[in-house]
Ligand binder design. Structure first.
Ligand SMILES: [Zn+2]
Length: 133
């Protein structure tokens, strides 16, 4: 899988190179890079009645930034643990799951419900580093 540098802005390319720098055996890279078109909705960490969140992600973190994918047993656009570049948001970790998240959808987490509301619903292309194995 190759990643065209034309498709990325200078900032994201620098961030990608930084994160993709080899950390061990070069013959067995820790991540593979994938590009996907997704629907990106937003939610807040909560506790929030609208987002049905309790202030804690499903992986037990309280990170105010992060990305949720479909819940266990459902098709996910990316696995938990992936690092993902979301245009308009930045780098984040896939560290949560959501019952209402579809198979081609990510849910981007914000610090406040107001910020999540401002994000709305977008169709975007993301770049992800998916852990091997
Ligand atoms: Zn909310």
């Amino acid at each position: 899988m190759t990643l065209s540098s034309r498709a990325l802005g200078a900032t994201s390319l620098v961030a990608l190179l930084f994160l993709a720098a080899p950390t061990g055996d070069a013959a067995r890279p820790a991540n593979r890079r994938v590009r996907k078109k997704v629907i990106a909705t937003a939610y807040c960490l909560g506790p929030c009645r609208t987002c049905e969140t309790q202030g804690l992600t499903s992986t037990g973190t309280r990170g105010r930034r992060g990305v949720a994918v479909a819940r266990r047993g459902h098709k996910r656009v990316l696995p938990l643990g992936s690092s993902i570049w979301v245009p308009g948001y930045g780098w984040a970790r896939v560290d949560d799951v959501g019952g209402g998240v579809g198979r081609t959808q990510i849910d981007v987490r914000f610090r406040t419900h107001r910020l999540a509301s401002q994000w709305g619903k977008r169709q975007i292309q993301v770049v992800a580093l998916v852990p091997n194995g």
